[in-house]
Write a protein that binds this ligand. Structure first.
Ligand SMILES: Nc1ncnc2c1ncn2[C@@H]1O[C@H](COP(=O)(O)OP(=O)(O)O)[C@@H](O)[C@H]1O
Ligand SMILES: [Mg+2]
Length: 526
């Protein structure tokens, strides 16, 4: 434009340039749309699918794999890591890809305009990239420190809220001081990270403009000597500024390739969670008996169960007693495959547990334990998980059998929202909801793992009576410390250190005057 329009004053060239300008603006709008919407949309869609995939992988994971991981870590993989993946994708896709093409195009333009000048720049170029990568590394280091201190901060808050009541009774000022440190680190690292951001960007500018000065010097010299025209030189300068700008973006994109690698690895940890297989023989309910044959279980080198041999007949009520940590819960959790890795065999009727389709086994087993899980949802939805098609009448009946009369106090009845982890209920109230779920699920095999421990004796007796009637013909495995409710049991086994040391009817074990007798007399006196 400088040479043809301004200097030679060619009106047709002016028209052509305006026409080209309009076309360029049109293409630019298309590009901006792709960059501003289509690309983010595609990355959001990818994240949507990833979230769904990761959640399903967690749902189908082996219980043991979830237990051994830490909750905060899983959550951060599904939130923070996905977020940084999005950021990196965005930077890579938008900045890197688009600017990469700009770089290539501009290099072509520069060579076309003046290859000698371009060569001079190429020779000076390494200084430019070296300083960039130097400042880039410092910047990355502080940005990482900032991320880490943010993670500490989040964890601190979430743990404080989780253990709030207990913490209140301990030394709060201790926490205050600890938090001050955590908080200070966030502040310091955030400030440093921003400082080096600015230093980095300004170093880019200083270097870029020094190069420009060098070019003006050398270019000006070539114009004066008549080797290039003024127009050529200005076109070169314009193209060069675009190139410098684009190289910055490409470099930033390259940094994100580095940042995204560990993030992808963390996400893959969830995507590669060992999955449960759901195939095999369909279990339709117990016909004859469950038999544990020489069952041993070792976790991390500790022998948890030792040579368990046990037969539970269909319809039998089995009580398991033993000291804390003796292996009672582990023994019963083998049945719904919440614990895996045993040796020996567990026969359910004619087939080994491992031959059955897992979901069909779990469908027929109900469990009430000390740990009750309440969703932050309505009472109704908390019950429907046990029987999605239950009517309100069924729900109320189940609650009645579980002696959950406290629901009359709830302002919205079944529609009352129970709060996070059922925070508005007492331990005993939560346990009664879990018992109501069992009446709704109506399983073939019922496991009660200290599932009435939070109840008073009177309520417990009432509920056990209801359970006895309701599950008259069903198989029940119950673990209890309260020997007074053991009279439901047809058979009692006593476990010590992962071994069955006594087995038989109540009368037989009392007569034997062994461990069970000792437990029983102690509990009677207490
Ligand atoms: N997932 C696990 N990983 C490691 N050790 C475990 C695991 N589950 C249980 N244990 C250990 O197995 C033993 C038996 O636990 P458990 O069956 O819960 O006992 P009980 O129910 O009789 O109190 C305990 O020593 C416990 O620490
Ligand atoms: Mg237990």
């Amino acid at each position: 434009m400088i040479d043809k329009v301004f200097i030679e004053k060619d009106i047709n060239k002016l028209k052509l340039i305006i026409f080209l300008l309009i076309i360029v603006v049109l293409f630019r709008q298309i590009g901006l749309f792709l960059k501003g919407f289509a690309f983010p949309y595609a990355s959001f869609k990818l994240l949507y699918e990833l979230r769904e995939d990761m959640f399903n992988k967690i749902l189908n994971a082996m219980p043991y794999e979830i237990q051994k991981r830490n909750l905060g870590d899983i959550i951060s993989k599904l939130t923070n890591d996905l977020n940084s993946l999005k950021d990196s994708l965005y930077k890579l896709g938008v900045d890197f890809l688009s600017q990469f093409f700009v770089v290539i195009f501009m290099v072509g333009v520069l060579i076309y305009l003046d290859w000698k000048l371009f060569l001079a720049i190429i020779i000076a170029f390494p200084i430019f990239t070296l300083s960039l990568s130097f400042f880039g590394k410092i910047r990355q280091k502080y940005s990482k420190r900032f991320q880490e201190s943010m993670a500490d901060y989040t964890q601190f808050i979430s743990q404080t809220v989780q253990g709030f009541e207990i913490l209140k009774l301990f030394n709060i000022s201790f926490l205050k001081d600890k938090f001050k440190n955590v908080n200070k680190k966030v502040f310091k690292n955030q400030s440093k990270s921003t400082l080096f951001d600015v230093v980095y960007l300004s170093s880019v500018e200083v270097i870029a403009y020094s190069m420009v000065a060098f070019i003006i010097l050398y270019g000006g010299y070539r114009i004066i000597k008549g080797e290039i025209t003024t127009g050529q030189f200005f076109a070169f300068l314009g193209a060069l500024l675009l190139l410098v700008n684009s190289i910055q973006f490409v470099y930033r994109g390259l940094l994100h390739i580095k940042i995204v690698q560990p993030v992808i690895r963390r996400i893959q940890d969830i995507l590669n969670l060992p999955q449960e297989e759901d195939k095999g023989i369909e279990f339709t309910g117990l016909k004859d008996k469950i038999t544990y044959k020489n069952v041993n279980l070792e976790i991390d080198g500790n022998k948890i169960l030792k040579n368990i041999n046990l037969t539970i007949k269909n319809g039998e009520k089995l009580a398991i007693v033993g000291l804390t940590g003796s292996g009672k819960s582990t023994l019963v959790k083998l049945l719904p495959a919440l614990v895996k890795g045993y040796t020996g065999e567990i026969f359910i009727d004619n087939h080994e547990l491992r031959e059955y389709k897992l979901s069909s086994i779990r469908k027929h087993i109900g469990m009430i334990s000390q740990e009750v899980f309440i969703f932050n949802d309505t009472l109704r939805n908390n019950l429907l998980i046990a029987k999605p098609d239950a009517t309100d009448e069924e729900l109320l009946l189940a609650l009645k059998k579980a002696k959950a009369d406290f629901i009359e106090k709830l302002e919205n009845g079944l529609d009352t929202v129970l709060g996070e982890k059922g925070s508005r209920l007492s331990g005993g109230e939560k346990q009664r909801i879990s018992i109501a779920r069992i009446f709704l699920k109506n399983p073939e095999i019922l496991i009660i793992d200290e599932g009435t421990s939070a109840l008073d004796v009177e309520t417990e007796e009432y509920i056990m009576e209801e359970i006895k009637n309701h599950f008259k013909d069903k198989t029940i495995l119950m673990i209890t410390h309260r020997l007074s409710i053991i009279d439901i049991a047809d058979k009692i086994v006593v476990i010590e250190n992962g071994k069955i040391i006594e087995e038989g009817s109540f009368d037989k074990l009392i007569e034997r005057k062994g461990t069970f007798y000792r437990f029983y007399t102690l509990s009677q006196n207490g």
